[in-house]
Ligand binder design. Structure first.
Ligand SMILES: Nc1nc2c(ncn2[C@@H]2O[C@H](COP(=O)(O)OP(=O)(O)O)[C@@H](O)[C@H]2O)c(=O)[nH]1
Ligand SMILES: [Mg+2]
Ligand SMILES: [Zn+2]
Length: 227
């Protein structure tokens, strides 16, 4: 390795260590407030916003939900989640950055009162690679994959599947149309991550949303009881 590349590696490690500390502080704030926080990761268009909207409709009478929306630009998703019943939402424009970082979530928290919420969704930037390295302070890491992307994604992006606490297989309504091989997908996910629950969902039809919503509400109890 040249001196130059050693330097780059060290700078990245330093940045990630600083990010981990900021994430730990965020997590402490979420935990003390009893707010279950979920970092939602996927490639662009897999259905992160659609899942938040469907989940809001399913649980808004049982939990107070907030949303932190990470996008490279624009605030279109924030307007949608407020209209769907989120108690409050904040948009983070990353200004070109391809993932959220803990200090961005810290700044978003300046605009939210954590005592208003039971659950906080953080919609990460659409990207299956670098969000895996940048903790935000979440309790749960959720990977959303859509059938249209193909069954081989766990093999191509293993780190995303290794580090996820739960996986949503979205657009299940399209599974026959896109030749998605369910067995291949399950075998490759299980080789990387034996325990994460996998929820088959269609945000188009609502299939699978009740089981996912119930699981989520159950996870929130863990955050409250560990306060
Ligand atoms: N057929 C189908 N389309 C979906 C489903 N979920 C989302 N979509 C569509 O996929 C596109 C991207 O969804 P969006 O939630 O914006 O993805 P995001 O970029 O991950 O936030 C939109 O046109 C959605 O209507 C689904 O379960 N089935
Ligand atoms: Mg979105
Ligand atoms: Zn990135």
């Amino acid at each position: 390795m040249s001196v130059h590349s050693v330097k780059i590696v060290n700078i990245l490690e330093g940045l990630l260590a600083g990010n981990d500390q900021a994430a730990e502080r965020n997590k402490q704030r979420f935990s003390e407030a009893g707010v279950l926080t979920i970092n939602i990761m996927s490639s662009p268009g897999a259905g992160k916003t659609s899942l938040i909207l469907r989940t809001l409709a399913a649980i808004r009478d049982r939990a107070r939900v907030g949303v932190i929306e990470g996008d490279i630009a624009g605030s279109i998703d924030t307007e949608k989640v407020i209209a769907a019943g989120a108690r409050d939402a904040v948009q983070i424009n990353t200004g070109g950055n391809c993932h959220l970082e803990a200090n961005m979530v810290d700044r978003a928290l300046d605009n939210l009162d954590l005592s208003d919420f039971d659950i906080m969704f953080v919609e990460n930037v659409g990207n299956l690679v670098c969000p895996t390295h940048w903790a935000l302070g979440e309790h749960l890491r959720l990977c959303v994959l859509s059938t249209a992307e193909g069954h081989d994604k766990p093999v191509k992006y293993p780190q995303m599947f290794v580090t996820s606490d739960a996986i949503v297989l979205n657009k299940i309504d399209l599974i026959e149309l896109v030749d998605f091989e369910r067995d291949f997908f399950y075998d490759s996910v299980r080789a990387l991550n034996p325990d994460a629950p996998i929820f088959e969902i269609s945000c188009r039809t609502g299939e699978g949303i009740p089981a996912w919503a119930d699981w989520l509400l159950e996870q929130r109890k863990g955050v409250v009881s560990s306060r």
